[in-house]
Ligand binder design. Sequence first.
Ligand SMILES: Cc1ncc(COP(=O)(O)O)c(C=O)c1O
Length: 383
Amino acid sequence: MINPSRRLEHLTTSVFSEMAGRKREKLSQGIDMIDLSIGSPDQPPPQHVRKIFAEEVLRDHSYQYAINSTQAFNEAVVYFYKERYGVEIQPPSVLQLMGSQDGLAHIALAYLDEGDVIIVPDPGYPIYSACAHIAGAELYYVSLTEENQFMPDLDVIPDDIKERAKLMIANYPGNPTAALADKSDFEELIQFGMDHNILILHDFAYSELLFDGREPLSIFSIPGAEKTAIEFNSLSKSFNMAGARIGYVIGDPHFLQPLAVLKSHLDYGVFLPVQQAAVEALTGDFTFLEQHCQTYERRRNVFVQALQEIGWNVRQPDGGMFVWAKVPSHYSSMSFALAALDAGVVVTPGNAFGNSGEGYVRIALVQNEEKLKEAAHRIKAIL
Ligand SMILES: Cc1ncc(COP(=O)(O)O)c(C=O)c1O
């Protein structure tokens, strides 16, 4: 018996493994399930993007190690940021990633030693705490509550933590909470980063999913952000390219360098046809992005209304891919998720995202409107 490293002990939450096991059991019994548990887009990338990918796959030279991003990719990100977010950056300020997960998983290894602290939101996307476990660093959780509109209260962070923290993660539109930041929220974060010499990592993975005419807001829209922040983004959700594994982080090249050095030992870059498809997505016709938003907005409307009709009033998300729903008071997160599973709907218990997620479930809008109505109908039986 050879024991695995102790750092693995922290890497799976019992909540996720229990839910996965129960789901497998149901599926093996041939029970029809509506799976709203994972934020994996159910639709394909735009046709023009797939066409470029298909052409590139047929080229002889496409199969070499990419090693790094192509110049065309970096320029495409620069173009996209200018067109979509009104933000001017230069190509050296782009580091390509195999999805933003790649960057988020490794950023703590690139920056933190034992005893260093990373401040992460609770509830938050699981890699935020996992990256600290991988690096052997210390975590400080900042609680996001409904009373605070799921925004961190920076004043409660102890002085000792502010001193030892080198990194802090923020994520808008938020997963799982669907919180959105406005300019003043970002200004406060940037000031906090500047005051305490903390690198702010903004995870902007849901940048294009905003409803009711809201406009995306990059942290780099705020003057001075480049002095203390970097921003992760991805084509996974914006262009339905989740399985193609391509994303990027932007910011001052000095801040990107440690991650670039680490990655030069970890991987040999993104498959060239995927890079070319990403260039097409980032520089091509943006009509898709408007339609994409509308699809999720319609799903949100149909689902939130269907839940209202069955007597469950949930907070309506203004963006992102999820409904973050408070469970009826006689349930815990887990007992509700298990009851929903028995009723044929898979949702994620909120405590899988941290202790402050207790009392909620996360429901992903990753099925069509009919399925979402059917899911609400099934949930009615357990309220
Ligand atoms: C908040 C958030 N950040 C990052 C990711 C990682 O996405 P990707 O690696 O596909 O870019 C996800 C995926 O679900 C996410 O929800």
